[in-house]
Design a protein around this ligand. Structure first.
Ligand code: NAD
Length: 426
């Protein structure tokens, strides 16, 4: 008798980020009754650049790195979006991230479109010299594809202000003039904005504050678990405790997670991470796994690491009242439906993590006027924009009777489609 292993034949959940971004748009298009021609146009990126970067390595050999820049949609203004250096980077991840940037700039109501870039490389295995040559090579590849009027890159996973400085310098050498607004997330000495570093986390703190108000919860003493302890996850720990009085009971990085029911002190943890380079071994906590962290009974769960962390396999075990998506694409569509059914309040990624691009936009404004604001002015304007964006989405969710992710899409897609229509493209 033949035994059939049913698990092999189980339909796999599609984890391709671009397919996920298209499925999310499809759902919103159906609720909106979007014109089919407009829908077809918005499902695809408008432009893509695929190129290679030959880099002289320290050992004298030349290594060739594949690279991409995607301009998903620029109907509302120049494309805007970060650049990732990652060994597992794929064109579909870059396409999805560029689509999410399009919806993010629209939901934040800033006059920009959406783009994204990526280089398939492993910065952990490169010297500083090799990293600089890859960064300058990337800018040489895109120098005639981007400009302050067309497309403005910024940092993302594994890229930082130092890399932005090399890229700005390369662009200005090629074009023979100063043009600081062509890239954001720069060091302040080269035209970077005050407050850009913690902006993404600060924006999410505003969104969490508004969500707790909407749910009638108190932020002070509410418990929080944060997955991922990089730029945004660690800043969310600091600002969540300082500004909202959240009790951060669990944090993690790619090597594992820490739990302390009495709360983890930001200063102690960050001093430990500076010394050891990772969270593992921090003495004031119990070691747990990343999947246990996601399933903790906390008020706020903040995925701040990578895509596809909440899937149909674990969504039914999530107990948090609020899932504040600091990472891009941490929840699959099937998992989203399970969370919504269980009454979880989701602050969707392109709303929750819009603070970074909002302050990048402020950076472009300051660069073009050559006049710089102080950090409290930046934070005040950021709070205002994030609060407006959150309330527009929340109001849409109530009026249309949909969950917050669909509501965010309705707000964003309406705005982008309107700009496309006014330009007469569709
Ligand atoms: P980062 O590289 O600084 O940090 C990523 C963190 O996630 C690290 O602590 C890493 O150890 C951890 N991590 C990686 N894989 C993990 C896993 N499987 N389980 C648990 N932890 C894991 O990156 P970042 O800039 O903090 O970005 C994190 C997320 O936020 C990404 O999805 C990024 O696209 C998104 N985001 C960042 C910004 C920004 O301004 N930096 C803006 C918008 C969105």
């Amino acid at each position: 008798m033949t035994h059939i292993d049913l698990s092999v034949h189980e339909v796999q959940e599609n984890l391709n980020p671009f397919a996920i971004s298209q499925a999310q748009l499809d759902e919103a298009a159906e609720v909106l009754g979007l014109d089919p021609d407009m829908h077809a146009f918005l499902r695809q990126p408008m432009r893509e650049l695929h190129f290679t970067i030959p880099v002289r390595m320290d050992n004298g050999r030349t290594k060739t790195f594949p690279a991409f820049r995607v301009q998903y949609n620029d109907a509302r203004g120049p494309a805007k979006g970060g650049l990732r250096f990652h060994p597992d980077e794929t064109i579909d991840t870059v396409r999805a991230l560029a689509a999410w940037m399009t919806w993010k700039t629209a939901v934040a109501d800033i006059p920009l479109g959406g783009g994204k870039g990526g280089v398939i490389c492993n910065p952990r295995q490169m010297s500083q010299g090799e990293l600089e040559r890859v960064s300058r090579g990337y800018m040489r590849g895109i120098a005639h594809f981007v400009s302050i009027h067309r497309d403005v890159p910024a940092p993302d996973v594994n890229t930082n202000p130092k890399i932005m400085a090399w890229m700005l310098d390369e662009y200005e050498r090629i074009h023979g003039r100063h043009e600081p607004g062509v890239i954001t997330g720069k060091p302040p000495e080269l035209g970077g904005s005050a407050g850009r570093g913690p902006a993404t986390a600060l924006g999410s703190i505003v969104a969490i504050r508004e969500a707790t108000h909407a749910l009638g919860l108190h932020t002070h003493g509410s418990t929080c678990a944060i997955q991922g302890y990089g730029n945004v996850g660690s800043a969310a720990h600091k600002l969540g405790s300082e500004i909202l009085g959240l009790e951060v009971v669990a944090i993690s990085d790619e090597f594992g997670a820490l739990y302390n029911e009495k709360g983890l002190d930001y200063e102690q943890v960050s001093a430990y991470v500076r010394r050891h380079g990772r969270l593992e071994g921090f003495p004031e906590a119990e070691d747990i796994s990343n999947s246990e962290l996601l399933e903790l009974d906390v008020d706020v769960l903040t995925p701040a690491a990578i895509e596809n962390q909440i899937t149909r396999r674990n969504a039914h075990k999530i107990k948090a009242k609020i899932v504040a998506e600091l990472a891009n694409g941490p929840t699959t569509p099937e998992a989203n439906d399970i969370l919504v059914e269980n009454g979880t309040f989701i602050i969707p990624d392109f709303l929750c993590n819009a603070g970074g691009v909002i302050v990048s936009y402020f950076e472009m404004v300051q660069n073009s006027s050559n006049f710089y604001w102080n950090e409290s002015e930046v934070n005040r304007q950021l709070d205002q924009k994030m609060t407006r964006a959150f309330l527009a989405v929340h109001q849409m969710a109530e009026e249309a009777g949909v969950d917050h992710r669909v509501a965010a899409y309705l707000v964003a897609v309406n705005r982008v489609a309107q700009a496309v229509r006014l330009r007469g493209w569709v």
